[in-house]
Design a protein around this ligand. Structure first.
Ligand SMILES: NC(=O)c1ncn([C@@H]2O[C@H](COP(=O)(O)O)[C@@H](O)[C@H]2O)c1NC=O
Length: 536
């Protein structure tokens, strides 16, 4: 409930379609792009410009008439710019509800002129933190006066139009020329403005809570994240579910550029995310083919050239050509024409990559159904992962393949002879590839490619069976990886019976001795990583 004493009845709602002319504008922007063009357009429309320090200088240097904020407040900017616009002569002009006779009279009495348009963008706080700046430097980039002006004008949108996005300047200039903003337009601008300051404050509060003492093992007492609506999706996981895509500020799949194909679906995004995660676990050229968030083929060309993505794709596809039908493919190198020719032969839902050769685009765009996505160059995996649960959210650091036990050189040979270099490379591949498979995961590999994958089973024995069955004849002589220890020897025995010649697994079961003895009896080398990679 408001504590203000109403001096007159609440004003009636104006006609939402009526345009309110813009006569006086306040411009205060850190990002000066488009400022002069906007200022010129406003001046041409007869608008008086009022502006802060460097923004005013930029406008004046371009020969535009501009009133400096200091000349309005009678108070010089001070404390290194910490106080510029925080003054009643500015905020009175932003907050006066011009629908009210009493507010208009008070402005008159106080000698304050109202603003009709406010253009503000904020100090680059997030970018400053991301650059590795010190706490003091980051704090200095917390904008105070800007959000105050944005929130004041957004609250007062019946009288003021507020603009926070430089991309909107051309539309703003045209609207001013056309006679000003309607109430409906000012309301839309206000909603965007509140979202802008809310998202800015969430970034500040999340950072500051991570700087001060954490709540638990390195996690802050408070954390937040904001997302912007990017697209409505046709439906969710099933046709009766509504769905939309929201974008985080960190570049990734949600901001990938779609070069071709039908609209991405909800399930396409889920699978594309899993595919990208799998392909980018490798530094050498690698291809992952995903169905229902699980790989049905993964391959790497160790020490290969970029052009070897075609070979990686052939090998990944050969793993399970039946399941690869309608798959989502991710590659960690630009798609070549050779790879494109191969992919074009197979019905594929999505192909995502850091880029596409022109010739590859020419080949693939002949297929009307395939979606081609270019991942942003600065895509980084989020350092933490969130998973919504009823009434809360689980947060964990991302599962990286960089634990000491993830390096083949650090593994312990539990039994059998040390394997040769090529076999060790295959075990290393299998270990990495296995991480992309939903638990319980068993992955058989040879020559840098998966040949049989058992995924998502509720016991390890069934996963082993599935992997062996899918590998068929290729199981004999292959190597195997298990994402977690064998609780009993039974799962391993299926692999041994199929002719697997080397195994890598975390170890750590109370029955390790039994499991290792089974491998030893079969003459199979078994390596223990000491690291586990469950993926649920
Ligand atoms: N403190 C204030 O009174 C204040 N008023 C406006 N600002 C910010 O100053 C920037 C513009 O400054 P300049 O025009 O000097 O480049 C804008 O990002 C605006 O949000 C302020 N600075 C930050 O708090």
């Amino acid at each position: 409930m408001s504590s203000a004493t109403p001096t007159e009845p609440a004003p009636g709602t104006p006609d939402p379609a009526e345009r309110r002319p813009v006569r006086r504008a306040l411009l205060s922007v850190t990002d000066k792009s488009g400022l002069v063009e906007l200022g010129s357009a406003l001046v041409e429309s007869g608008v008086e410009l009022v502006s802060t320090g460097n923004s005013a200088r930029t406008l004046a240097d371009a020969g535009l008439p501009v009133t400096r904020v200091e000349d309005v407040t009678g108070f010089a900017e001070c404390l290194d710019g910490r106080v510029k616009t925080l003054h009643p002569a500015i905020h009175g002009g932003l907050l006066a509800d011009l629908r009210k006779e009493s507010h208009r009279a008070q402005l008159e009495e106080l000698g304050i002129a109202p603003f009709d348009l406010v253009v503000v963008n904020l100090y680059p706080f997030r970018e400053t933190v991301a650059s590795g700046a010190s706490v003091d430097e980051s704090v200095e980039q917390i904008d105070i006066g800007g959000p105050a002006m944005i929130r004041a004008s957004a609250k007062n949108h019946p009288s003021v139009a507020v603009v926070v996005d430089p991309a909107a300047y051309p539309t703003v200039a045209q609207t001013v020329r056309d006679g000003g903003f309607t109430l409906a337009e000012r309301t839309v601008l206000a909603a965007a403005a509140f979202a802008h300051t809310a998202s800015y404050d969430v970034a500040v509060a999340s950072w500051m809570n991570s700087v001060v003492s954490p709540a638990g093992v390195g996690f802050p007492a408070w954390t937040g994240s904001t997302w912007e609506h990017a697209a409505d999706l046709r439906y969710g996981e099933n046709p009766h579910q509504a769905a939309a895509l929201y974008r985080h500020w960190r570049p990734g799949l949600a901001s990938a550029e779609q070069l071709h194909g039908k609209e991405m679906s909800y399930n396409n995004y889920v699978d594309a995310d899993a595919a990208w995660r799998a392909a980018t676990d490798f530094t050498d050229p690698a291809v992952a083919i995903i169905k229902h968030a699980n790989p049905c083929g993964l391959a790497v060309v160790t020490g290969g050239a970029d052009a070897d993505v075609a070979l990686a794709h052939r090998r990944a596809h050969a793993c399970d050509p039946v399941s690869a039908f309608g798959g989502v493919i991710a590659v960690n190198r630009p798609v070549t024409a050779e790879m494109a020719e191969q992919v074009a032969e197979i019905f594929t839902e999505v192909l995502l990559a850091p880029g596409f050769e022109d010739a590859a685009v020419a080949v693939l765009t002949r297929k009307k159904n395939i979606r081609l996505l270019v991942m942003p160059a600065d895509t980084q995996a989020d350092p933490v992962e969130f998973r919504a649960i009823s009434g809360g959210v689980l947060v964990q650091s991302r599962d990286r393949m960089d634990a000491p036990g993830d390096l083949a050189g650090a593994w312990t040979l539990a039994c059998g002879q040390p394997v040769d270099e090529a076999t060790l490379a295959d075990l290393d591949f299998a270990w990495r590839a296995c991480r992309a498979v939903k638990s319980n995961a068993i992955l058989l590999a040879r020559d840098g490619a998966s040949v049989g994958i058992g995924m998502g089973q509720v016991n390890r024995v069934d996963s082993a069976r599935l992997a062996v069955e899918r590998a068929g004849d290729r199981a004999r002589g292959s190597v195997a990886a298990s994402d977690a220890f064998f609780p009993f020897a039974d799962g391993l025995e299926i692999l041994l019976a199929a002719g697997v010649r080397a195994v890598v697994q975390p170890g750590g079961s109370v029955r390790d001795a039994e499991v290792i003895a089974a491998a030893e009896a079969a003459g199979v080398s078994m390596y223990l990583t000491g690291a586990r990679h469950f993926f649920h």
